[in-house]
Structure formats: structure tokens, C-alpha cells
Design a protein around this ligand. Structure first.
Ligand SMILES: Cc1cc2nc3c(=O)[nH]c(=O)nc-3n(C[C@H](O)[C@H](O)[C@H](O)COP(=O)(O)OP(=O)(O)OC[C@H]3O[C@@H](n4cnc5c(N)ncnc54)[C@H](O)[C@@H]3O)c2cc1C
Length: 316
């Protein structure tokens, strides 16, 4: 860790692992510091899978970022020789005039993305595991799918190391000083210097506070639930990822079963406001499980009746 690095990356989750890799690949002398183990389940980048989609209902401005992300995931897969992305599509269902369906159609139209607009009967005939109520619409985005999230972090870390980055686990950065030459980063028993700093600490706000930055970062506790699968919810049988806008309960999403993990569902909207990114408590998980189950059983009945097999907390 001696000498002056070109860049220090604090936090090696989904974002920091990618930053360390791309900086090192570009020729920078990189030091990456992570407070926990490399690839852990205490932040925001665990839980087996993530949905990746282009036609963001949230806003069309996300789409160029997604285009770039798809290209980079493909390049990373080729570099590490491992499959990280499974293209299964995403079925998005909601009230015809709701934010999800309207948002997807707007992003798709602005950026020329292929989506299929399905009426309820057509959608249910094609995807037997889902219920699309009258008055709702279903939009299928085919160029979407799932990413293996821990595998993706691991792949970035391995590729960063191969490109020369030094990555150190078990180092909690406690102080950062900025001077005319760059930054000095301190932790219990050590320090390092660099010309540039990338703070990739996700929902953990400590380093930002140490820099005197008071950004409006608000950690939200989320829980992911896995259910035993039925054939119509298997990725290999053609089940897409799914996202439902429920008129009363908000937006829920799910991923098909694959690699021995059951169908995963979670709430996209909302979350429990946390003082710090810690694991949300049991009562809150039970509440979320009930809410998820109630909302999803209306849209994917076979899955909704089953009992939850596993759950994991995550901070966003
Ligand atoms: C339940 C859930 C489901 C999600 N689903 C999706 C999805 O389907 N599709 C999608 O696109 N996105 C999804 N997201 C969002 C996405 O997963 C996150 O945005 C992403 O993983 C965040 O990565 P990160 O590196 O910012 O945070 P993290 O993975 O939390 O990484 C931050 C790292 O910084 C480290 N750190 C913090 N402070 C210090 C310090 N002082 N010193 C050293 N290290 C430190 C932490 O230990 C941690 O490893 C989901 C998020 C959650 C929580």
C-alpha cells in the first residue's frame, strides 16, 4: 500500500469493484479498500440475482446508461470467460395508465427499444404463471434479463487484480484528508495516499461525512424473498423476470428460478428508512413478507400460495 497511488477506491461492492477494474484497466495504479470481506452479504450487492432492463419506466434518461452497461457486462463476460447475464426478458404489468406501463412505453419510444405491448389475455396465454387483470396492460421487454450479482462483483474484482489493482479486505476507512497533492486515507493502523479518490460506499455514509459532504443519502432496508418454484417460473422454461405495479401496494418485482434458487420477489418501491445500513429486524421482515405475498399472489398465483423458503435483507 506504499507510495502514491493514482486512485484509491473505498468500498468494493457492485460499484467499487467495477470502478477498481476500469481504473486499473485504463493504466491507473489502484488501491481498493473494503471494510468487510470481498464479496459479502452486508451491503447492497448480494442475493444471487438482479434484474437488468433498458426501457426504464423511471425515466428515459437512464436508457443511455443502460446501453453502456450492457456493452460493458458483455465485455466483462468475455474477459473472465464466465456467464453473468441471462437474457430472459422482463414482463411489466400495471394499470394501463399507471407509471410502469406508461413509463416503459415512453422510454422505449424515445430510444427505439423493442417492447411488445400485450393485452391481458395474450399475456396470460404466453406466460401461464401470471395474472393480468382487466384494465391492466403487460409490456414485454425482450432485451432484458438477470445478472448474477455476487458473480459479477467477483468477476470485476478478479479482472481488477489481473489489471494490477491492489485490493484489500477488512479495512474500514475512518478519515479522509484532501490537500493540494490529492488525498490521504486513514484507517485503524494504516494510511495510504492517492491523487484521486472514488467513494463507492453505497448506502454507508461515513466516508462522505468524513469528507464534510452532507449528501441526502437515506439508507432503505429491503428484503428479498425466495419461494419454491413451479415449472412456469423457471428461467430455463422461458419465464421472464417480472415487475408489477399494484394500485394499492406499490411496485413489486421478481426473478425466475435458476441455479437452484427459487423464484425471488421483493418490493421495488418503498422500504424501511434506516439510521444506518444494518440488517432490518424480524418484525419488519414479517411485515414485508406479508405485503409481498399479498401483492404477488394476485399476479402470480401459484407462487403466491407457497411459503417463503429463504429471505435476505439488503440496504439500498
Ligand atoms: C434488495 C435489493 C434489490 C435490488 N435489485 C436490483 C435489481 O434487480 N436491479 C438493479 O439494477 N439494481 C438492483 N438493486 C440495486 C443494486 O443492487 C445496488 O445499487 C448496487 O448493488 C449498489 O452497489 P454499491 O457498490 O453502491 O453498494 P454496496 O454493494 O453496498 O457496496 C458498498 C461497499 O462499501 C463498503 N464500505 C462502506 N463504507 C466503507 C468504509 N468506511 N471503508 C471501507 N469500505 C466501506 C461496504 O462494506 C460495501 O461493500 C437492488 C438493491 C437491493 C438492496
Amino acid at each position: 500500500m506504499g507510495g502514491i497511488h493514482d486512485a484509491i477506491v473505498i468500498g468494493l461492492g457492485g460499484v467499487g469493484s467495477a470502478a477498481a477494474y476500469h481504473l486499473a484497466r485504463g493504466g491507473a495504479r489502484v488501491l481498493g479498500l473494503e471494510q468487510h470481506a470481498l464479496v459479502h452479504a452486508l451491503g447492497s450487492s448480494h442475493g444471487h440475482s438482479r434484474v437488468i432492463r433498458k426501457a426504464y419506466f423511471e425515466h428515459p434518461d437512464y436508457v443511455p446508461l443502460l446501453m453502456r452497461a450492457y456493452a460493458l457486462w458483455g465485455a466483462l463476460e468475455r474477459e473472465v470467460g464466465e456467464r453473468l447475464y441471462h437474457p430472459c426478458g422482463v414482463l411489466q404489468v400495471g394499470p394501463a395508465d399507471g407509471v410502469v406501463v406508461q413509463g416503459v412505453l415512453q422510454s422505449a419510444a424515445e430510444h427505439g427499444l423493442p417492447v411488445e405491448d400485450l393485452d391481458p389475455r395474450e399475456a396470460m396465454a404466453r406466460f401461464g404463471g401470471f395474472v393480468v387483470p382487466e384494465g391492466h396492460r403487460a409490456v414485454l421487454e425482450t432485451d432484458a434479463g438477470v445478472l448474477r450479482v455476487e458473480a459479477a462483483v467477483q468477476a470485476h474484482l478478479e479482472a481488477a487484480r489481473a489489471a494490477g489493482a491492489e485490493l484489500v479486505a477488512g479495512v474500514e476507512v475512518q478519515a479522509v484528508e484532501v490537500d493540494a497533492h490529492g488525498v490521504r486515507v486513514r484507517w485503524a493502523g494504516g494510511e495510504a495516499r492517492a491523487r484521486h479518490l472514488a467513494v463507492c460506499t453505497g448506502a454507508f455514509g461515513g466516508v462522505l461525512a468524513a469528507l464534510g459532504l452532507t449528501l441526502p443519502v437515506r439508507p432503505l432496508g429491503k428484503t428479498m424473498f425466495w419461494y419454491p418454484s413451479a415449472p412456469e417460473y423457471d428461467l430455463d422454461a422461458g419465464c421472464p423476470a417480472f415487475l408489477f405495479e399494484h394500485p394499492e401496494h406499490g411496485v413489486f418485482y421478481g426473478l425466475p428460478a435458476f441455479e437452484g434458487h427459487g423464484v425471488k420477489v421483493a418490493q421495488h418501491s418503498g422500504g424501511e428508512v434506516l439510521d444506518a445500513p444494518t440488517r432490518p429486524g424480524g418484525r419488519c421482515r414479517r411485515r414485508r413478507r406479508r405485503r409481498c405475498r399479498r401483492s404477488c399472489s394476485a399476479r402470480s398465483p401459484r407462487r403466491g400460495r407457497a411459503s417463503c423458503r429463504r429471505c435476505a435483507a439488503c440496504t439500498r
